[in-house]
Write a protein that binds this ligand. Structure first.
Ligand SMILES: CC(C)(COP(=O)(O)OP(=O)(O)OC[C@H]1O[C@@H](n2cnc3c(N)ncnc32)[C@H](O)[C@@H]1OP(=O)(O)O)[C@@H](O)C(=O)NCCC(=O)NCCS
Length: 141
């Protein structure tokens, strides 16, 4: 049985391992640690293992998805969508009406995932990443 819960210090090593397998320029562990007090930092845990995580923040009065990843062997089973839905619930709870995010222009799978979850492309952001442009996406929540 799985649970989605707030991330804790003991989860950080497993989260960083997923991060390293998921992004060309992964976040270092201190960025995850600095979010431990953030109620929008959540994990999906199954049989005591961390399978995925998401971090919600804010940007210009919108809820803003900072990062989301699922272990590569566990993708395409709906876990990413469950984490995203939980972020949307948290954002609603805090009174936000809209959610934004950035995704690498080269990350077409990521963009498809967000489109399937109701996000639409808002604008392109040149040089947002060191190695790529970003697509900024948004949806009402
Ligand atoms: C993006 C990411 C978080 C999605 O996680 P996920 O658990 O695979 O997400 P879901 O399973 O909910 O949805 C992914 C796809 O699987 C499909 N899917 C969901 N459940 C399924 C099932 N039971 N059987 C088959 N396919 C399924 C969805 O329809 C979706 O299809 P799409 O790619 O055409 O939209 C994951 O691919 C990932 O970690 N990528 C690397 C990091 C990244 O790119 N993060 C996002 C950018 S910041």
């Amino acid at each position: 049985m799985y649970i989605i819960r707030e991330a804790q210090e003991k989860d950080i090593l497993e989260i960083v391992a997923i991060e390293d397998l998921s992004f060309p320029v992964p976040w270092p562990d201190f960025l995850f640690r600095s979010n431990l007090e953030n109620p929008g930092f959540i994990v999906y845990e199954d049989k005591k293992k961390i399978i995925g995580y998401a971090i919600l923040g804010t940007f210009k009065s919108n809820a803003h998805l900072l990062s989301i990843a699922v272990h590569p062997t566990q993708r395409k089973h709906g876990i990413g969508s469950l984490l995203l839905q939980k972020c949307i619930s948290i954002a609603r709870y805090y009174g936000y009406k809209s959610m934004t995010l950035e995704v690498r222009e080269k990350n077409l799978d990521g963009q498809r995932f967000y489109q399937a979850n109701g996000f639409k492309e808002k604008e392109s952001v040149e040089g947002y990443y060191l190695d790529d442009n970003a697509v900024r996406m948004q949806r009402k929540i």
